[in-house]
Structure formats: C-alpha cells, structure tokens
Design a protein around this ligand. Structure first.
Ligand code: URA
Length: 188
C-alpha cells in the first residue's frame, strides 16, 4: 500500500466538494517517519505545488522544527485533515471534514506513527472531536487509539503573533516542540 495514497487519489471523492478534482494535496515528508503532522487544509501555494505546508505557514513550521534539531523531510510525514483547498481559503466545514476523515484514518494506519502533532484547532477537532480551546490543549499529550497526540498552535497564528518573548505563542510552541523531540528520543 502506498502511504501517499497516490493511486487512490485519481479516483478521489475525498472531500465531497463539488469542485473536488485531481489536485488533492496528500502529503510530504517521510512515510516511514515516527511522527505525523496534521494541519487543516491546503492553501493556494499547497494547491499549486500539490504538497502540504509549502507556503509561508509551512516555511515557519519547518524553521521551528529545524531550530529544535529535527530534519523535517526525514523526521516527519506531513498531511492535512482536509485534502483539497476549500473555495476562498475558508475553513472546511464539519461535514466536509467528516467526509474526508477516512482518508486521514487510512494515512494513520499506513504510516503508523507513534506521535501525531495536530497543528491548529481544525485538525484537533477533526481527530479528537470538540475539546475546547487550543490555548488549553497545546503542549499536552493526548491519546488517539494508543498513539501519543499533541496539539500545537497553527503556524498561521504564529505568523500573526510574531513576538518571541517568554510566554508568547512562538516561545510556547518552541517548548512544545522540545517536548516532542525529547519524547521521540525516549521512544527510540
Ligand atoms: N495550512 C494548513 O493547515 N495546511 C497547509 O498545508 C497549509 C497551510
């Protein structure tokens, strides 16, 4: 089976959008990685590159991961809860997310990660259901079918709040990523 789900993508009705088309954005990174990152949905850059997190948010995410010692394309399999770019870059609806959830489950089954990082409130809600505010959830280990799950702030939020002061969203995310790195070492 191909964790990039490429073959299946050509037959895709992954999102239920009337405009659903072959340009679905499946993944980037290492399909054998121990850590999976799940974002919300592709934006314009991701749609044209057919790869998740390659725009401004993705560049910031990569930089933060590299700063704490990760090698992004080796250490992570990166995907989104929703596989197509929603019209006007809007947030996918609950119905759309539910429609595309079997794809995410399939990716989790194929990649079989030990750790799942849920980037932003949409992916938290898609995988764990309504849990409350991301500010309370981030940085804390949760469980999804015996896999460790950690919610994180979305990098788009960090771009809007660029301060690096102690207690800022950027510095909290940095400590969350250090926690992830340490957990990964523990599991090795
Ligand atoms: N934001 C996301 O949540 N995912 C992407 O792939 C790009 C931006």
């Amino acid at each position: 089976m191909d964790p990039n789900l490429k073959a299946d993508s050509t037959l895709c009705d992954c999102c239920g959008l009337p405009s659903c088309r072959p340009q679905i954005v499946v993944s980037r990174g290492n399909p054998f990685a121990k850590v999976m990152i799940v974002g919300e949905a592709p934006g314009a850059k991701e749609d044209s590159a057919a790869a998740p997190f390659v725009g401004k948010s993705g560049k910031l995410l990569d930089r933060l991961l590299e700063e704490v010692g990760f090698e992004v394309n080796k250490d992570f399999y990166i995907c989104n809860a929703f596989k197509c770019r929603p019209p006007g870059n809007r947030r996918p609806t609950k119905k759309e997310l539910n429609h595309s959830l079997p794809w995410l489950y399939k990716q989790i089954e194929l990649v079989d990660p030990e750790i799942i990082l849920l980037v932003g409130a949409t992916s938290v809600e898609a995988l764990l259901g309504p849990q409350g505010k991301i500010t309370n959830l981030r940085g804390v280990w949760h469980d999804f079918h015996n896999r460790l799950v950690m919610p994180l702030f979305h990098p788009a939020y960090l771009l809007r709040n660029p301060s690096k002061d102690t207690g800022s969203p950027v510095s909290l995310t940095r400590s969350d990523l250090i926690k992830v790195r340490n957990k990964l070492y523990e599991l090795m």
